[in-house]
Design a protein around this ligand. Structure first.
Ligand code: GCW
Length: 724
């Protein structure tokens, strides 16, 4: 037994080591580090706030979590526990709860804000300048979200006087992580180790990571998690796995998080119960109804099913001569009595259909508009191909007036450098959300389509393919954490800007030193464009290595055409690019006329989309006055140089960031620079075989040997689906 004094000293040492600059941090705490506050004024303000905290008593549930979070925050930021209950002289400094829990209704302003807040919103205010700060919500979850908001702002160094009063509620009702996690713990397109779901030891053993995962999600408002891969395994629908999923659902519930599962369409057959999965067959309908009842019996707030059907080898209703609507409605009817939803993915395309892959989802789904049940969401990727470094927004957004659409973005960086490249996806998500669709009516944007405001709909969904794994820092690259954070912040409010998110995340993750924050936010602001420049500039897409998608592979050909690179860039001696105008695949016609018109002329089409929509000659004149070839070369070159700049910026932060994360990011940026050079060299040497033009003099000439680049193999690159 340690003596009490020793014990206190040990605690002090631990507490000090959490926050001292220069002490290593392993990244496990994510943006919830609660580092010791160095600024004495801010420390004072926080101290004053936490010296009389009133909140409902609870042994378990959301209020217990909330109380523990306040304790952690106080221990970290101040080095001591908050005072729960009235402080000295019986004074309350922070009061948290719902009107039912607390006698708060005498505060007129709070009362009037509450009806509009829904189940997840909150008010933060100090109605009496000398009185307590109030966090009021309609539910304990709302109170938890409000508390996270306050703690986030305090950690970021903000003074409550500058942000009070405020009230917030989410613009999107279901903010869901999609895990492409398999039951054997591999993660498809996962670059941060293995799945955090330890299926074998569930339900008996609950890894402490589960609660930390839930906290992290709740802190940014994520309220749903699809536990399993869309390339689905029917086993997850069997009783032992339902028990395992229930254990997670029970743990996540007080954090406001619901569990969802992926449904393998052929499950009634694969689990050995029926010889068909035809959605119109009565036995199949009964099977799914019973299955849904069984799941809801175990998990009363089960969110519903996510389905990938008739896509990349997954079974679906078309195997039985039925439509996507027949399939989606089958599952929707099964979960409807329990309030569940179905997220049916629009990521469908077939090599047997002789139509531009970019057009296929629209062609398939628009004719079905109006035939889906009310609890079906069609889940659409941000762009029409597949999470490429940059895509124009998907033409389905705004094109289905009678069917709610969910937006699916990819947080894991399958095509954006995986876990070795520093790329802010806040910029990519923002670019998509802000895109003007002109449909259903100007000024519609992807955000106003998916948050339901254009249609006056109450329910809405935004999904993000998770980048979380068993790596100590959760996301592999320390900056991958930003992309998880950004997803949550944008799903809560799709109108937030990437600049705000960068600033907030940097302060929470690295501290509030103004020079450091300025340097990192600048680095983040350019990082997405930089990655596009050195990999797929000017509208190029799908140039990556085969199957593992790691690194460049513009030469990939043979096999299924729409899985090659040559299908997309179409380079030959005459030119390069995919003609999607009326002289080509006519994919542009799937957009609203205003959009199609703006992009249809190669001379006026934004250069970022040029080769996405147009096939042009190598000498095509660009806005800069240069030829396309020269512009392409200089853009790749610029991308590489910008990674050099990023390295220099980071190197300049030595001593201002803890050595562990500083060292990790330094090494990763060095890898990123090599990979950027590899992309540039491979792509330019390859494309030069068609352009037959010299490299412009004002660039660093590509080095190396094309044949050697082509011969590189990566048989154990991470994230490949074992069955592929
Ligand atoms: O991006 C592609 C991936 C596949 C993935 C598929 C999809 C889950 O390469 O690994 O499968 O998209 O979204 O279904």
């Amino acid at each position: 037994m340690m003596k009490p004094n020793l014990c206190r000293m040990a605690l002090l040492i631990v507490l000090l080591s959490i926050s001292l600059p220069g002490v290593a941090e392993d990244g496990y705490q994510l943006w919830l580090r609660y580092a010791r506050v160095g600024n004495p004024d801010q420390a004072n303000r926080i101290e004053n706030l936490l010296e009389g905290v009133i909140l409902p008593e609870a042994q378990a549930g959301s209020y217990a979590i909330l109380r523990e979070e306040l304790s952690r925050a106080s221990r970290g930021m101040l080095g001591r526990e908050p005072v729960f209950g009235p402080g000295a002289n019986g004074v309350a400094t922070l009061v948290i709860g719902t009107p039912a829990d607390l006698d708060l209704l005498d505060k007129e302003s709070v009362r009037s804000a509450l009806p509009g807040l829904g189940n997840e919103g909150y008010v933060l205010e100090r109605p009496d300048p000398n009185g307590p700060l109030l966090i009021v919500a309609n539910t304990p979850i709302g109170a938890l979200y409000g508390t996270f908001h306050l703690l986030r702002n305090l950690q970021a160094g903000l003074n409550p006087a500058d942000f009070l009063p405020l009230s917030e509620s989410p613009r999107i009702t279901r903010r869901i992580l999609n895990h492409w996690d398999n039951l054997d713990r591999t993660v498809e397109r996962g670059y941060a180790g293995f799945s955090i779901w330890d299926w074998h030891r569930l339900p008996g053993y609950l890894d402490t990571r589960y609660a930390d995962y839930a906290r992290a999600n709740a802190s940014v408002g994520i309220n749903g998690t699809v536990l399993t891969n869309v390339n689905a395994n029917a086993l997850v629908l069997t009783p032992p796995y339902i028990e395992k999923a229930k254990a997670l659902a029970d743990l996540f519930r007080p954090y406001g998080i619901r569990v969802y599962l992926t449904a393998r369409f052929n499950a009634p057959m694969e689990l050995g119960d029926l010889e068909t999965a035809d959605p119109l067959d009565e036995r199949v309908r009964t099977w799914w109804k019973n299955k849904a009842d069984e799941i809801y019996e175990a998990i009363p707030d089960f969110g519903g099913f996510l389905v990938k059907a008739n896509s990349e080898g997954q079974p679906g209703p078309q195997n039985f001569g039925r439509t996507h609507a027949d399939g989606a409605n089958l599952l929707a009817d099964a979960v409807a009595p329990h309030g569940g939803i179905v997220m049916w993915r629009a990521f469908v395309y077939s090599a047997d259909v002789p139509v531009d892959r970019a057009k296929q989802a629209y062609d398939e789904f628009v004719p079905l508009d109006g035939s889906f049940r009310d609890n079906v969401f069609i889940q659409v990727k941000n762009g029409p191909i597949d999470f490429q470094p940059r895509e124009p927004f998907h033409p389905l957004f705004g094109a289905m007036e009678k069917t709610p659409l969910a937006l699916e973005v990819q947080i894991t960086q399958e095509y954006l450098g995986q876990a070795t490249n520093l790329v802010s996806l806040a910029s990519l998500f923002e670019d998509c959300l802000d895109a003007p669709t002109h449909r259903p009516f100007p000024p519609s944007t992807v955000a106003s389509v998916i948050d339901g405001s254009d249609y006056g709909r109450g329910e809405s969904v935004m999904a993000g393919v998770s980048n979380v794994g068993t790596d100590r820092n959760w996301t592999g690259h320390p900056f991958g954490q930003l992309n998880w954070f950004a997803f949550g912040r944008l799903a809560w409010d799709p109108h937030r800007t990437s600049g705000e998110i960068h600033d907030e995340w940097t302060r929470l993750t690295f501290g509030t030193d103004a020079g450091m924050v300025a340097a990192i936010t600048e680095l983040l602001a350019g990082s997405w464009e930089t990655a596009i420049r050195y990999s797929t500039p000017l509208g190029l897409h799908h140039l990556m290595g085969r199957s593992h998608h790691y690194g460049p592979g513009p030469w990939v050909e043979g096999g299924r055409p729409d899985w090659t690179a040559v299908y997309y860039h179409r380079a030959d001696t005459a030119g390069i690019g995919f003609d999607r105008t009326r002289t080509g695949s006519r994919a542009l016609d799937q957009y609203a006329p205003e959009v199609a018109e703006a992009w249809s002329d190669p001379r006026s089409c934004p250069e970022r989309y040029l080769l996405w929509f147009h096939r042009v000659e190598w000498t095509h004149p660009m806005g800069s006055g240069r030829t396309l070839w020269d512009e392409l070369c200089l853009t790749y070159d610029r991308g590489v140089k910008e990674v050099g700049d990023m390295r220099r910026t980071w190197a300049g932060l030595e001593g201002r960031i803890d050595p562990e994360r500083f060292g990790q990011v330094s090494q990763l940026l060095a890898i990123q620079e090599k990979e950027a050079q590899w992309w540039k060299n491979s792509c330019l040497l390859y494309f030069q075989t068609f352009s037959r033009m010299d490299f412009p003099p004002d660039m660093v000439r590509p080095e190396g040997d094309l044949e050697e680049y082509k011969s590189l193999q990566f048989p154990y690159a991470p994230g490949i689906q074992p069955s592929w």
